[in-house]
Design a protein around this ligand. Structure first.
Ligand code: SF4
Ligand code: SF4
Ligand code: FES
Length: 384
């Protein structure tokens, strides 16, 4: 089938540290079919127009993770983004495709970032290997199918760095361990052969830049080309640390989460004025007093600027309106057991392998049926 060539304008962010100049934008015209990738266009330009364009790539098939860039302000794989789709996402009718290096990592040259300085350094931080239980069995370890399904989603990571690029927490706190890194941590925490589940969780909960440093912004879920959903893996780590192992971290992360749900259960709608004291055991708790005293200047400023009134600070303005929500909490609490499945894989028992949601791998898993990544956990007895 012959396809007609289309003209696109590629706007590349250029930077050469040896030139002594700062970064700048450079536009190139390229004639290529719309189904070809942004990477194809950049390589064509490099071969035919300007051999100095820097881009990292290898497989050209969305497998190796080396061509991560930002395309029209969104992170992604250059080899996995069609020109016509990128042009559609550009401002209306412009057909200008803007490509720049990923964020949150230093730029080495043009579109190449220093993955070692941030991404790989932080991956090493989470001890990314199995520490096997003893004694080692004579033959292989027997692991249940469900256990491996549970870690399959985090195993799908190709280490492209797209989630790191757009992580809002990392932008504010460069020491934050990071989405891909915490997803990698779950890969071993969730593996029943690993001997250090508690120690790993304790370490990640106690680290001020660890699991409680994530702000649930969803950027990593949107960014990931492999549906790894790093934020969901972080939430799993939190649930295991807080609910299963009762780890009360020194960052107050677990108590804060607990206080948040209690606050909503009590008020129907979050009463922010109580949240701080709730997180430290209530207004009269000895632990809460110094924290409340420390935040007095902020409270006074908010009162003076009329951001809150004394009445709203002391009493929830809409508490009565939402009192029925309590029933919802009670009905959830009445259920005796709750268990969570990783719903990344899709398919039916005995069926031919089915395509998983998005770009994830296709496989069939016992006990999961026709559900995609990011769906809510199910409860025992519920049809899935
Ligand atoms: S959800 Fe958490 S880990 Fe993911 S991008 Fe946002 S802050 Fe980062
Ligand atoms: S979690 Fe997704 S976006 Fe992040 S490095 Fe892995 S594959 Fe890339
Ligand atoms: S070149 Fe390998 S993922 Fe794009």
């Amino acid at each position: 089938m012959t396809r007609s060539l289309s003209g696109y304008t590629l706007r590349l962010r250029r930077f050469d540290p040896e030139s002594g100049k700062g970064p700048y934008w450079q536009e190139f015209k390229v004639e290529l079919e719309g189904h070809r990738s942004v990477l194809d266009a950049i390589l064509k330009l490099r071969d035919e127009v300007d051999g100095s364009i820097g881009i990292r790539c290898s497989c050209r098939q969305a497998i190796c993770g080396s061509c991560g860039v930002r395309i029209n302000d969104k992170p992604g794989l250059a080899c996995h983004t069609h020109l016509e789709r990128a042009a559609q996402a550009a401002s209306e009718g412009s057909r200008v495709i803007q490509v720049e290096p990923m964020g949150n990592m230093p730029v080495i040259k043009d579109l190449i970032v220093d993955m070692d300085a941030v991404h790989w350094k932080k991956i090493r931080r989470v001890t990314p290997w199995l520490i096997n239980k003893q004694p080692v069995p004579e033959r292989e370890y027997i692991v249940s199918h469900e256990s491996m399904v549970d870690v399959t989603q985090s195993m799908g990571c190709i280490q492209c760095g797209a989630c790191v690029s757009d992580c809002l927490s990392m932008e504010v706190d460069p020491e934050f361990i990071g989405p891909a890194q915490l997803a990698k941590a779950y890969r071993f925490v969730g593996d029943p052969r690993d001997a250090r589940q508690y120690e790993r969780l304790k370490d990640l909960a106690e680290d001020p830049h660890g699991i409680y440093d994530c702000t649930h912004c969803w950027m990593c879920i949107d960014a990931c080309p492999k549906d790894v959903a790093p934020m969901s893996q972080i939430m799993r780590l939190r649930r295991l640390a807080g609910s299963e192992h009762q780890i009360e971290d020194r960052n107050n992360g677990h108590r804060h989460e607990h206080a948040f749900t209690e606050n909503i259960a009590r008020n129907g709608l979050l009463h922010e004025a109580d949240l701080l004291s709730d997180s430290y055991g209530g207004k009269l708790s000895p632990r809460a007093v110094p924290v409340l005293l420390g935040s007095l200047p902020v409270i006074l400023r908010a009162l003076m600027r009329r951001k809150i009134t004394l009445g709203h600070a002391l009493l929830h303005p809409y508490r009565r309106r939402y009192k029925d929500l309590r029933q919802l909490f009670e009905s959830i609490e009445r259920r005796e057991r709750r268990y969570e499945l990783n719903l990344y894989v899709s398919g039916y028992d005995g069926a031919e392998p089915a395509q998983a949601a998005g770009n994830g791998p296709a496989m069939v898993a016992t006990g999961t049926s026709g559900v995609g990544a990011g769906q809510a956990p199910r409860e025992e007895g519920e049809d899935i």
